[in-house]
Design a protein around this ligand. Structure first.
Ligand SMILES: Nc1nc2c(ncn2[C@@H]2O[C@H](COP(=O)(O)OP(=O)(O)OP(=O)(O)O)[C@@H](O)[C@H]2O)c(=O)[nH]1
Length: 334
């Protein structure tokens, strides 16, 4: 379970922004690099038209007739499960409907990562630059707010359709996006054309060296808020840390650890065995409230916890959990 994990990328962005345009390019790139991609396509309508653009040999799952984030909740996990259990896949792209709430999708993928060999690698948001600019200048309604949320949650941002804007207008919308998300890698694009290696790099960084860098970022930001601008090139914004437990931890010590989580961690969940209880527990943590429910997991579920937040120090969480594991080890006499 702890070995190879399939990288999951969420593609978000408002209706017609250029997600499928990016997806077809990304599939070609990963296929040519010898890695096997798969796609989960979520459409509000009852037919998957975008799927027609994806090569036949790419495994694809359709979630039709609703948004992943509301009516189809649970279906995404099933689709992920089907892909990773039936196919030899390296990468999964989840193309959400243009109106999906990004946090809900992040939540559902990370929920699934508790029980499946997958890992949320990044959220990539494609922004329709002319549309955002127009909404910013005029209505600022529901669509505008949704676009803002999709931008805020991203690790990689494509400011797309820049061919349709004059230089000055482009700078205006670029500034707006940068203001909403100072952390993501931001690229001005035409037909979602970017160096696709960037997508792989997000993953590499998020999975290892980034841990150290995240600690550094965090420390610098809390020392001096005015140096915030210096971190524009960081890929770390909304991020997740998954911890697989090697042994059971003490329930009281774990609760205390959760109660002291930094405020940058706004969501955590997991399945745990405690050294001082007979049952296993599903734990949930949201908006500083925690909840533990006894469960008997179906299948072979490891002891695991996922932490989701913004720019938190993954290393600090990891070392504290290792310390809890060590202190509940009866063979450790130190
Ligand atoms: N002019 C221009 N058109 C673009 C650009 N990128 C994409 N398009 C066009 O915009 C339309 C929508 O692109 P898609 O990639 O299908 O957008 P999408 O986000 O997948 O759309 P939905 O699935 O409906 O949410 C297509 O006709 C594209 O060819 C761009 O940079 N400039």
């Amino acid at each position: 379970m702890t070995n190879k994990r399939v990288n999951v990328y969420i593609l978000s962005g408002f209706l017609g922004s250029g997600k499928t345009t990016l997806l077809t390019k990304a599939i070609t790139y990963f296929t040519e690099a010898g890695r096997k991609p798969a796609v989960i396509m979520n459409e509000i309508g009852e037919v998957n038209l975008d799927g027609q653009l994806i090569a036949e040999e790419v495994p694809m799952s359709d979630l039709l007739g609703g948004c992943i984030c509301c009516s189809s909740r649970g279906d995404l996990a099933t689709a992920l499960n089907d892909l990773v259990t039936k196919e030899q896949i390296d990468v999964i792209f989840v193309e959400s409907t243009g109106v999906a709430n990004p946090m809900e999708i992040i939540d559902e993928v990370t929920d699934a990562s508790l029980v499946l060999p997958i890992e949320l690698s990044a959220m990539i948001t494609v922004v329709d630059a002319p549309q955002l600019l127009e909404l910013n200048r005029t209505s600022r309604g529901k669509t505008f707010r949704l676009m803002r949320d999709q931008i805020r949650c991203a690790n990689l941002l494509l400011l797309n359709k820049t061919d349709l804007l004059q230089e000055e207008a482009l700078e205006e919308v670029h500034e707006l996006v940068r203001e909403w998300n100072p952390y993501a890698d931001l690229h001005k694009t035409v037909f979602s054309q970017i160096d696709l290696q960037l997508i792989e790099n997000i993953h590499v960084e998020a999975s290892d060296e980034a841990r150290t860098a995240a600690v550094h970022d965090h420390a610098v930001e809390s020392d001096d808020k005015h140096t915030h601008e210096a971190h524009h090139h960081s890929h770390r914004h909304v991020m997740a840390y998954t911890h697989f437990f090697e042994r059971a931890v003490d329930s009281g010590a774990f609760e205390e650890f959760i109660s002291k989580l930094p405020q940058e961690v706004y969501r955590a969940k997991g399945v745990l065995t405690f050294s001082d209880t007979s049952s296993r527990f599903l734990f949930q943590y949201a908006y500083r409230e925690m909840d533990f429910v006894k469960i008997t997991p179906k299948g072979n579920v490891p002891d695991v916890a996922v932490f989701i937040g913004e720019n938190f120090a993954k290393d600090a969480i990891r070392s504290e959990l290792l310390r809890l594991e060590k202190s509940s080890d009866p063979t450790d006499t130190k």
